[in-house]
Design a protein around this ligand. Structure first.
Ligand SMILES: [Mg+2]
Ligand SMILES: [Zn+2]
Length: 246
Protein backbone atom coordinates (compact mmCIF):
# COMPACT_ATOMS: atom_id res chain seq x y z
CA UNK A 1 0.00 0.00 0.00
CA UNK A 2 1.30 3.39 -0.91
CA UNK A 3 1.48 5.74 2.02
CA UNK A 4 1.90 9.40 1.33
CA UNK A 5 3.04 12.09 3.65
CA UNK A 6 -0.02 13.99 4.67
CA UNK A 7 -2.83 13.75 7.17
CA UNK A 8 -2.89 13.27 10.88
CA UNK A 9 -3.37 11.05 13.84
CA UNK A 10 -5.41 13.00 16.31
CA UNK A 11 -6.21 10.55 19.07
CA UNK A 12 -4.10 9.13 21.86
CA UNK A 13 -3.40 5.45 21.36
CA UNK A 14 -1.64 3.54 24.07
CA UNK A 15 -1.85 -0.19 23.40
CA UNK A 16 -1.14 -2.53 20.53
CA UNK A 17 -4.70 -2.94 19.29
CA UNK A 18 -5.07 0.81 19.34
CA UNK A 19 -1.75 1.04 17.50
CA UNK A 20 -3.25 -1.02 14.74
CA UNK A 21 -6.22 1.31 14.64
CA UNK A 22 -3.81 4.21 14.48
CA UNK A 23 -2.04 2.65 11.55
CA UNK A 24 -5.31 2.04 9.75
CA UNK A 25 -6.05 5.67 10.42
CA UNK A 26 -2.65 6.52 8.95
CA UNK A 27 -3.38 4.62 5.78
CA UNK A 28 -6.91 5.89 5.45
CA UNK A 29 -5.82 9.46 5.86
CA UNK A 30 -2.63 9.32 3.84
CA UNK A 31 -0.90 10.45 6.97
CA UNK A 32 2.59 11.31 8.08
CA UNK A 33 1.99 13.34 11.17
CA UNK A 34 2.84 12.26 14.66
CA UNK A 35 2.04 13.41 18.09
CA UNK A 36 4.88 12.34 20.33
CA UNK A 37 2.61 11.02 23.01
CA UNK A 38 1.01 8.43 20.79
CA UNK A 39 3.31 5.79 22.25
CA UNK A 40 3.17 3.71 19.13
CA UNK A 41 6.22 1.42 19.28
CA UNK A 42 8.82 2.33 16.69
CA UNK A 43 8.86 -1.24 15.37
CA UNK A 44 5.17 -0.84 14.57
CA UNK A 45 5.40 2.70 13.28
CA UNK A 46 8.32 1.84 11.05
CA UNK A 47 6.08 -0.48 9.04
CA UNK A 48 3.99 2.44 7.95
CA UNK A 49 6.78 4.92 7.30
CA UNK A 50 6.97 6.42 3.90
CA UNK A 51 10.56 6.65 2.72
CA UNK A 52 11.62 10.25 2.72
CA UNK A 53 13.15 11.22 -0.61
CA UNK A 54 16.86 11.77 -0.22
CA UNK A 55 16.87 10.44 3.32
CA UNK A 56 20.65 10.26 3.10
CA UNK A 57 20.86 14.03 2.79
CA UNK A 58 20.98 16.31 5.83
CA UNK A 59 17.45 17.11 6.98
CA UNK A 60 16.07 20.58 7.52
CA UNK A 61 13.99 20.96 10.66
CA UNK A 62 11.60 23.89 10.63
CA UNK A 63 9.71 25.58 13.38
CA UNK A 64 6.09 26.28 12.39
CA UNK A 65 4.74 29.52 13.88
CA UNK A 66 6.65 32.62 12.87
CA UNK A 67 8.86 30.59 10.54
CA UNK A 68 6.47 28.97 8.04
CA UNK A 69 3.18 30.60 8.99
CA UNK A 70 2.41 34.00 10.43
CA UNK A 71 2.57 34.17 14.19
CA UNK A 72 -0.88 34.22 15.83
CA UNK A 73 -1.41 34.07 19.58
CA UNK A 74 -3.02 30.74 20.49
CA UNK A 75 -3.62 29.73 16.87
CA UNK A 76 -6.51 27.28 17.03
CA UNK A 77 -8.35 27.39 13.69
CA UNK A 78 -7.39 26.56 10.10
CA UNK A 79 -8.79 29.94 9.06
CA UNK A 80 -5.89 31.58 10.92
CA UNK A 81 -3.21 29.85 8.85
CA UNK A 82 -1.32 32.27 6.59
CA UNK A 83 1.94 31.38 4.89
CA UNK A 84 4.78 33.83 5.34
CA UNK A 85 5.60 35.14 1.85
CA UNK A 86 8.17 33.05 0.00
CA UNK A 87 8.13 30.04 2.31
CA UNK A 88 6.32 27.73 -0.12
CA UNK A 89 8.89 28.38 -2.84
CA UNK A 90 11.66 27.89 -0.30
CA UNK A 91 10.25 24.55 0.87
CA UNK A 92 9.74 23.54 -2.75
CA UNK A 93 13.45 24.17 -3.33
CA UNK A 94 14.27 21.89 -0.39
CA UNK A 95 11.92 19.24 -1.80
CA UNK A 96 13.59 19.40 -5.20
CA UNK A 97 16.99 19.15 -3.57
CA UNK A 98 15.68 16.01 -1.81
CA UNK A 99 16.33 17.46 1.62
CA UNK A 100 13.94 15.99 4.19
CA UNK A 101 11.76 18.84 5.51
CA UNK A 102 10.45 18.14 8.98
CA UNK A 103 8.42 20.50 11.14
CA UNK A 104 9.03 20.44 14.88
CA UNK A 105 6.55 22.58 16.77
CA UNK A 106 5.59 23.12 20.39
CA UNK A 107 1.81 23.29 20.65
CA UNK A 108 1.04 24.00 24.31
CA UNK A 109 -2.40 25.16 23.14
CA UNK A 110 -3.31 21.47 23.27
CA UNK A 111 -2.36 21.16 26.95
CA UNK A 112 -4.10 24.48 27.60
CA UNK A 113 -7.30 23.12 26.10
CA UNK A 114 -7.43 26.02 23.62
CA UNK A 115 -7.08 23.72 20.62
CA UNK A 116 -7.92 20.04 20.29
CA UNK A 117 -5.76 17.56 18.43
CA UNK A 118 -8.55 17.35 15.88
CA UNK A 119 -8.35 21.13 15.41
CA UNK A 120 -4.59 20.80 15.08
CA UNK A 121 -5.00 18.15 12.41
CA UNK A 122 -7.22 20.54 10.48
CA UNK A 123 -4.71 23.35 10.92
CA UNK A 124 -1.97 21.14 9.54
CA UNK A 125 -4.18 19.95 6.71
CA UNK A 126 -4.72 23.60 5.78
CA UNK A 127 -0.99 24.28 6.02
CA UNK A 128 -0.24 21.36 3.72
CA UNK A 129 -2.97 22.45 1.33
CA UNK A 130 -1.53 25.95 1.08
CA UNK A 131 1.96 24.57 0.50
CA UNK A 132 0.75 21.99 -2.01
CA UNK A 133 -0.96 24.71 -4.04
CA UNK A 134 2.55 26.04 -4.64
CA UNK A 135 4.11 22.63 -5.22
CA UNK A 136 5.73 22.29 -1.79
CA UNK A 137 5.36 19.57 0.81
CA UNK A 138 6.42 18.76 4.34
CA UNK A 139 7.82 15.28 4.86
CA UNK A 140 6.56 15.12 8.44
CA UNK A 141 5.17 17.25 11.23
CA UNK A 142 6.08 16.49 14.82
CA UNK A 143 4.36 18.42 17.54
CA UNK A 144 4.61 18.50 21.30
CA UNK A 145 1.16 18.86 22.89
CA UNK A 146 2.56 19.20 26.42
CA UNK A 147 3.15 22.09 28.75
CA UNK A 148 3.77 21.69 32.47
CA UNK A 149 2.76 25.34 32.99
CA UNK A 150 -0.64 25.11 31.25
CA UNK A 151 -2.53 24.39 34.46
CA UNK A 152 -3.70 27.96 34.91
CA UNK A 153 -5.72 27.52 31.72
CA UNK A 154 -7.54 24.43 33.02
CA UNK A 155 -6.97 22.39 29.93
CA UNK A 156 -5.92 18.78 29.57
CA UNK A 157 -4.33 17.68 32.83
CA UNK A 158 -2.56 14.60 31.47
CA UNK A 159 -0.66 16.77 28.99
CA UNK A 160 0.54 19.18 31.66
CA UNK A 161 3.73 17.25 32.24
CA UNK A 162 7.47 17.51 31.83
CA UNK A 163 7.91 15.60 28.59
CA UNK A 164 11.01 14.90 26.54
CA UNK A 165 9.71 16.53 23.38
CA UNK A 166 8.89 20.12 24.26
CA UNK A 167 11.57 22.31 22.73
CA UNK A 168 14.32 23.04 23.84
CA UNK A 169 14.31 19.32 24.55
CA UNK A 170 15.35 17.18 21.63
CA UNK A 171 12.67 14.47 21.63
CA UNK A 172 11.04 15.50 18.36
CA UNK A 173 14.39 15.73 16.55
CA UNK A 174 15.57 12.37 17.85
CA UNK A 175 12.22 10.74 17.13
CA UNK A 176 12.31 11.96 13.53
CA UNK A 177 15.90 10.82 13.13
CA UNK A 178 14.95 7.35 14.38
CA UNK A 179 11.73 7.20 12.38
CA UNK A 180 13.38 8.12 9.09
CA UNK A 181 16.90 6.85 9.68
CA UNK A 182 18.24 10.40 9.36
CA UNK A 183 21.88 11.33 9.76
CA UNK A 184 21.87 14.61 11.67
CA UNK A 185 25.34 15.61 10.53
CA UNK A 186 24.96 19.01 8.84
CA UNK A 187 21.25 19.11 9.66
CA UNK A 188 19.72 22.51 10.34
CA UNK A 189 16.99 23.78 12.62
CA UNK A 190 15.46 27.05 11.49
CA UNK A 191 13.20 28.97 13.84
CA UNK A 192 12.13 32.39 15.04
CA UNK A 193 12.57 32.00 18.79
CA UNK A 194 15.55 31.58 21.04
CA UNK A 195 14.10 28.23 22.12
CA UNK A 196 14.70 27.00 18.57
CA UNK A 197 18.33 28.03 18.77
CA UNK A 198 18.72 26.30 22.15
CA UNK A 199 17.05 23.18 20.75
CA UNK A 200 19.48 23.14 17.83
CA UNK A 201 22.36 23.45 20.26
CA UNK A 202 21.00 20.66 22.45
CA UNK A 203 20.68 18.37 19.42
CA UNK A 204 24.03 19.48 17.94
CA UNK A 205 22.33 20.87 14.82
CA UNK A 206 23.24 23.98 12.90
CA UNK A 207 20.92 26.79 13.90
CA UNK A 208 19.31 29.52 11.85
CA UNK A 209 17.30 32.35 13.37
CA UNK A 210 14.75 33.97 11.09
CA UNK A 211 13.64 37.53 11.73
CA UNK A 212 10.03 36.76 10.88
CA UNK A 213 7.63 35.97 13.75
CA UNK A 214 9.32 36.71 17.07
CA UNK A 215 12.63 37.20 15.29
CA UNK A 216 14.58 36.06 18.35
CA UNK A 217 13.30 38.97 20.41
CA UNK A 218 11.69 36.73 23.03
CA UNK A 219 15.01 36.77 24.91
CA UNK A 220 14.37 33.52 26.78
CA UNK A 221 17.66 31.82 25.94
CA UNK A 222 20.99 33.50 25.35
CA UNK A 223 22.38 31.16 22.70
CA UNK A 224 23.68 32.83 19.57
CA UNK A 225 22.46 31.25 16.32
CA UNK A 226 24.95 30.03 13.75
CA UNK A 227 23.27 32.26 11.18
CA UNK A 228 20.59 34.96 11.11
CA UNK A 229 18.30 35.24 8.10
CA UNK A 230 15.62 37.74 7.17
CA UNK A 231 13.22 34.88 6.46
CA UNK A 232 13.10 31.21 5.51
CA UNK A 233 13.88 31.77 1.80
CA UNK A 234 17.17 33.39 2.82
CA UNK A 235 17.99 30.41 5.03
CA UNK A 236 17.32 28.05 2.14
CA UNK A 237 19.45 30.18 -0.19
CA UNK A 238 22.28 29.89 2.35
CA UNK A 239 21.89 26.12 2.62
CA UNK A 240 21.34 25.31 -1.06
CA UNK A 241 22.93 28.31 -2.73
CA UNK A 242 21.23 31.13 -4.58
CA UNK A 243 18.18 30.44 -6.69
CA UNK A 244 19.16 29.41 -10.20
CA UNK A 245 15.81 28.04 -11.37
CA UNK A 246 13.21 30.21 -13.08
MG1 LIG B 1 8.04 29.94 16.24
ZN1 LIG C 1 6.07 17.12 24.73
Amino acid sequence: MNLGYHGSIDTNFDCMSQCELAIQHLYQNDSMEYSLYLNIPLSVRRNCMAVVPGAGKPPIFLDRDGTIICEVDFLSSPTQVRLIPGVAAAIRRLNRAQRPVIVVTNQPVIAMGKCSERDLAQIHARLKELLASEGAQLDAIYYCPHDPCARTFGGVVELQIECDCRKPKTGMILRAAADFGLDLTNAWLIGDKTVDIRTARNAALRSGLVLTGHGGRDGKYADAPDEVFDALPDAVAHILGPVTEQ
